[in-house]
Design a protein around this ligand. Structure first.
Ligand SMILES: [Zn+2]
Length: 111
């Protein structure tokens, strides 16, 4: 007989399989081992090495030319409610007077 994994929630060994799911009758927990156990989280750090998270506020530490325009985001500009994204520019945000922008985490510091 196939050995099912113990319930990750209550540790019960009386688990059974139903399709792609494992079910624990003891606590009712259902889970699947097809999903990755933990989502791989990319850690984005600011210029000082502080870890940034979605929703953080940051300050620009360098004058940044805005791509496709002559505008410059000035050093000291506060940026609220950043969103971390994958890519070369790893911060998405909205800056007053500029609109949607992508920034590099190395040019900001946590406010
Ligand atoms: Zn359980």
């Amino acid at each position: 007989m196939e050995q099912f994994p113990n319930c990750p929630k209550c540790g019960s060994e009386y688990t059974y399989q139903d399709g792609a799911l494992y079910i624990c009758p003891m606590c009712g927990h259902e889970w699947s081992d097809i999903e990755p156990a933990a989502e791989e989280v990319k850690i984005v750090r600011d210029a000082n090495g502080n870890i940034l998270q979605d929703g953080d506020s940051v300050t620009v530490i360098k004058d940044l030319k805005v791509k496709g325009s002559s505008s410059v985001v000035k050093i000291g500009t506060k940026v609220k409610n950043i969103r971390l994204v994958d890519g070369d520019h790893d911060i998405d945000c909205r800056i007053d007077g500029f609109g949607e922008m992508s920034l590099k985490s190395e040019f900001v510091k946590k406010a």
